[in-house]
Ligand binder design. Structure first.
Ligand SMILES: Cc1cc2nc3c(=O)[nH]c(=O)nc-3n(C[C@H](O)[C@H](O)[C@H](O)COP(=O)(O)O)c2cc1C
Length: 187
């Protein structure tokens, strides 16, 4: 990545699990973290940070088969830059965490993709092959097996500290993919 490329991870997390994923993605993508708060608002200067980004990465837990209401409030508020198509041709990507292995996570990723398309952005998937052999384990990279965006799973009774190591490693691999993609388009 050129030093001028800016990646911003904008995410909501109700109970801290998605936050762990956001931190792992941001670490390897060398991205800034922008947290949507419990009221669905960004911190001061958040919108300016997004305006200056080369890549915007969306993150939300999957609640009732889609993004949290706080993330949706942020998405609706993004109608302001949408009117001016201010995010046109930025790169976009996304991730979601939920309790069930499937849990309708793809609906959440699909919502992120739709939002990115409304902003006339360019979507970046995981670029990670799934680990789906008989020998594969939960600790393998992309065991959950998503191309559209990062999917991670935390059992309903697991604390954020108990995130599966393979999922955190997958989040880091995904972040690396985002860093490389940003460099490719910057370069
Ligand atoms: C209101 C609500 C709805 C949920 N809906 C789903 C769902 O549709 N699918 C699923 O697999 N898990 C669902 N879950 C479980 C969460 O996705 C899971 O606990 C996740 O780790 C929460 O992430 P967070 O700690 O970042 O908020 C739901 C949890 C809540 C509180």
């Amino acid at each position: 990545m050129t030093s001028s490329s800016k990646i911003v991870v904008v995410y909501h997390s109700g109970y801290g699990h998605t936050q762990k994923v956001a931190e792992a993605v941001a670490e390897s993508a060398r991205a800034s973290l922008l947290k949507i708060d419990a009221e669905g608002n960004l911190p001061e200067a958040g919108w300016e940070q997004l305006a200056a980004a080369d890549m915007i990465v969306f993150g939300s837990p999957t609640y009732m088969g889609t993004v949290s209401w706080q993330f949706k409030k942020f998405a609706d508020a993004s109608s302001k830059p949408w009117f001016r198509q201010a995010w046109k041709n930025k790169l976009f990507a996304g991730f979601t965490n939920s309790a069930t292995m499937n849990g309708d996570k793809h609906s959440t990723l699909h919502y992120f993709m739709t939002l990115a398309m409304q902003h006339s952005g360019l979507w970046v998937g995981t670029g990670l092959m799934p680990n789906n052999s008989k020998a594969a384990t939960r600790d393998d990279i992309n065991y959950v097996g998503s191309f559209a965006g990062l999917m991670t799973v935390s059992p309903s009774d697991a604390s954020p500290e108990e995130m599966v190591a393979g999922d955190i490693a997958t989040a880091k691999a995904f972040g690396g993919r985002l860093l490389e993609t940003a460099a490719h388009f910057a370069g």
